[in-house]
Ligand binder design. Structure first.
Ligand SMILES: *Cc1c(COP(=O)(O)O)cnc(C)c1O
Length: 393
């Protein structure tokens, strides 16, 4: 068994006849031509759920899958340590497909308070209004029992959490959920298919925004729902087909080029993150740095126990600086750019208000915070830029 860096570097190989090509080709077609009526695939609801073992299996309608999307999905599933991947055009649509497939009117769902705001908006505006009972729980909860109801169907986790990166005890939550036959779903985007093995910790369904580390250098939007059982895969794949979440083979082909450098990029960025965190330790004016590798980080002990690394998102909470002051600092950046999204080659800064979206728990951060995504630039250039911009506050 080769190691993960090697497997990631070789991820785009694709069979063409008796040879292979090293780059995933974009086979774009909505229609598939059959040689005769005997081989015409039947129209039945099951046809939407199929997932082949090779890229050319069960290829019957381009919207449901092409050799390109099939090969890309299998690559993502393998990186994530799962058996199947249902692709979607974005992380958000992957989340919607998953939750809408699992929950119906009258069901109860537990959602961690530190979910990404777009996940919360979907839950509050679409699920809760459709008669699903929603309970948010704090990210440091490890005993689910008191929160369970007879109609609890799903436990949703995002670990580390959005913005201030609280690490959840996923294994403990999954153990309790399994005892009660409750499905566990983890938004595992932060870990970039490298830092956390969801299925080794009991997770049933891992949802990924591939728009971040996986494919951001290619500038494409994609999502995936990775599972280990045929039953859950069929449920989600069926839902993505019914919702019409067709995925572009061009997007998958471009994403595949970025995927091949995923491990290499993350190794570099992990080093940059260490350099920046060390460079800012004890910096005057900074109230707290948030990154799971820091000993004072919420859930740090669980991170050390369960994770194989960290990504390059760092949040800075200041000592009582108001928003205009933080804006002025950010406007001084010359290497780090200003923008939403992360995972690409450029370092990016965004500004947010601590605890803006949380309802049942509080982070130690207060006031206006800065989230920095550390990209692929030279770490000393990034550090120098952060120092010149933040130093004069
Ligand atoms: C970005 C992100 C999403 C949404 O993904 P899109 O591909 O932008 O739709 C969901 N969860 C997490 C943790 C994210 O970072």
């Amino acid at each position: 068994m080769t190691n993960k860096t090697t497997r990631t570097a070789q991820i785009g190989t694709f069979p063409v006849g008796r040879v292979e090509v090293p780059v995933l080709p974009a086979i774009t077609a909505t229609t598939v031509l059959f040689p005769d009526t005997a081989s015409l695939a039947p129209i039945d609801p099951d046809s939407l759920r199929h997932s082949g073992r090779g890229p050319y299996e069960n290829f019957y309608y381009g919207g449901v899958g092409t050799p390109t999307t099939e090969a890309f999905g299998q690559a993502v599933a393998a990186l994530e340590g799962g058996s199947f991947a249902a692709l979607a055009p974005s992380g958000q649509s992957a989340l919607v497909a998953t939750l809408s497939a699992l929950l119906k009117q009258g069901d109860h769902v537990l959602i961690v308070d530190t979910v990404t705001y777009t996940t919360r908006w979907y839950i509050d505006q679409c699920l809760a209004t459709a008669g699903v009972a929603v309970t948010y729980y704090p990210p440091d909860v490890s005993d689910l029992e008191p929160l369970l109801r007879p109609n609890t169907r799903v436990v949703f986790m995002e670990s580390p959490g959005s913005m201030t990166f609280e690490v959840q005890d996923v294994a403990a939550l999954c153990q309790t959920a399994a005892r009660h036959g409750i499905v566990t779903v983890l938004d595992n985007t932060w870990a970039a298919s490298r830092c956390f093995q969801p299925f080794a910790h009991g997770v049933d369904i891992s949802v990924l925004s591939l728009t971040k580390y996986h494919a951001a250098p290619a500038g494409v939007s994609l999502g995936a729902v990775v599972t280990r059982t045929e039953r859950l895969h069929a449920l989600i794949k069926n839902q993505t087909a019914l919702l019409g979440l067709h995925v572009s083979p061009d997007a998958c082909a471009r994403a595949s080029l970025a995927l091949a450098t995923l491990d290499l990029r993350l190794n570099h960025q992990e080093r940059t993150t260490r350099i920046v965190l060390e460079g800012f330790a004890g910096h005057p004016g900074i109230r707290a740095l948030f990154h799971p590798s820091l000993p004072e980080a919420p859930g740090h002990a669980v991170w050390r126990r369960d994770f194989q690394g960290a990504n390059s998102l760092v949040t800075i909470a200041f000592d009582g600086l108001d928003r205009p002051t933080v804006n002025t600092m950010v406007d001084r950046f010359r290497v780090v750019r200003i923008g939403y999204g992360w995972g690409g080659t450029l370092s990016l800064a965004t500004i947010f208000e601590a605890n803006e979206w949380r309802t049942v728990s509080r982070s130690a951060a207060r006031g206006t915070c800065l989230r920095i995504y550390l990209g692929l630039e030279d770490p000393s250039d990034i550090l120098a830029d952060l120092r010149q911009a933040l130093g004069r506050s």
